[in-house]
Design a protein around this ligand. Structure first.
Ligand code: UGA
Ligand code: MN
Length: 321
């Protein structure tokens, strides 16, 4: 009897081992992400480290190795929240595509896309579903009375992004994070994100192609902002474009009332009006080599010529552009 049991046991043993090994391999494999994630961050954690190649499959054995192991972003890296107001127009998808192509190369970035619309559009929803980026899709329409030339744009959309951030973090102790207002038509270098990631309260840097000049920049002396190099309304308390600063999540949460205001606000003054609520000029942290490097450009896309567009749909297929 004993020997029969023994022989049965030895016949079953290899099978039991195979099952155990397979179960083990399966649990070690990380669950596939819902959306495709960047294969690796272009930047190492912290500053001054060795920069990795920016593109997948670029030459060098290091790149191949990293692709194989697919490291997750370092948990300690502060999340960059990019709030982007956007509105429907012929170039919208092209602008969002350029932006996503940049953002996809930035580690630990959460994109808050806020449509200036009464509802989330299908175009933007479809786009985001395939963008391969952690994102939040919001919408809020600009009241018709504010949709006039000469009035500030995207006030309600940026505020919706701020409200979402505050709501999301209201119960937990704030994780390290940095907020940045990323208009959909600007051009962002990858270095910019590396600079803003270390924002402690509010950081600032130059912006190219803005204010009627090749660039505007904060003037820095002994590591402190002491004035502004600008060609337009130098009397602004913070003579800086929306693309020229970032704010730590902690500052956003500890100033719950700081928002963009419609009342009394003029175009070009929104930045100053907002920054006045959360910081002082003396407190600003200059980035980009003491504000001597342009890492973001206030590019504006030419209005497209649709003069030959037929009034009614003529093509045999319907194509999203
Ligand atoms: C300048 C500043 O760079 C903007 O940050 C500022 O909001 C704007 O002025 C202003 O006048 O308020 P500018 O290039 O003139 O920028 O503005 P746009 O790029 O046309 O608009 C800024 C953002 O708001 C873009 O992301 C755009 O998609 C969005 N937007 C614009 C809307 O959501 N709704 C609109 O009706 C217009
Ligand atoms: Mn713009």
């Amino acid at each position: 009897m004993k020997s029969v049991l023994f022989s049965r046991f030895f016949i079953l043993l290899p099978w039991i081992l195979i099952v155990i090994i397979m179960l083990d391999v399966d649990t070690r494999r990380p669950a596939p992400p819902l959306t495709p994630r960047p294969y690796f961050s272009p930047y190492p954690v912290g500053r001054g480290g060795v920069r990795l190649p920016l593109r997948r499959g670029s030459s060098g054995r290091g790149a191949e190795k990293r692709n194989e192991s697919r490291p997750q972003p370092e948990p300690r890296l502060p999340t960059i929240y990019a709030i982007t107001p956007t509105y429907s127009r012929p170039v919208q998808k092209a602008e969002l595509t350029r932006l996503a192509n940049t953002f996809r190369q930035v580690a630990q970035l959460h994109w808050i896309l806020v449509e200036d619309a009464a509802a989330r559009s299908e175009l933007v929803s479809r786009f985001l579903a395939r963008a391969g980026l952690p994102n939040t899709h919001l919408h809020v329409p600009t009241p018709r009375r504010y949709k006039r030339p000469g009035l500030p744009r995207a006030t309600e959309q940026r505020n919706a992004g701020l409200a979402w951030l505050r709501q999301r973090h209201q119960h937990q102790r704030a994780q390290p994070g940095v907020l940045f207002f990323a208009d959909d038509d600007n051009t962002y270098s990858l270095e910019l994100f590396q600079e803003m990631r270390t924002t402690r309260k509010v950081s600032v840097w130059p912006v190219g192609l803005v204010g009627g000049r090749r660039y505007e920049r904060p003037l820095v002396e002994n590591g402190k902002v002491v004035g502004w190099y600008t060609g337009w309304r130098a009397d602004r308390p913070f003579a800086i474009d929306m693309a020229g600063f970032a704010v730590s999540l902690q500052v956003i949460l500890s100033n719950p009332k700081a928002v963009f205001k419609r009342r009394g606000s003029q175009p070009g003054m929104q930045e100053s009006d907002f920054l006045k609520q959360i910081t002082t000029v003396e407190e600003l942290e200059p980035k980009a080599n003491n504000c001597t490097k342009v890492l973001v450009w206030h590019t504006r896309t030419e209005k497209v010529n649709l003069a030959n567009e037929p009034k009614y749909h003529l093509d045999t297929v319907k194509i999203e552009v």
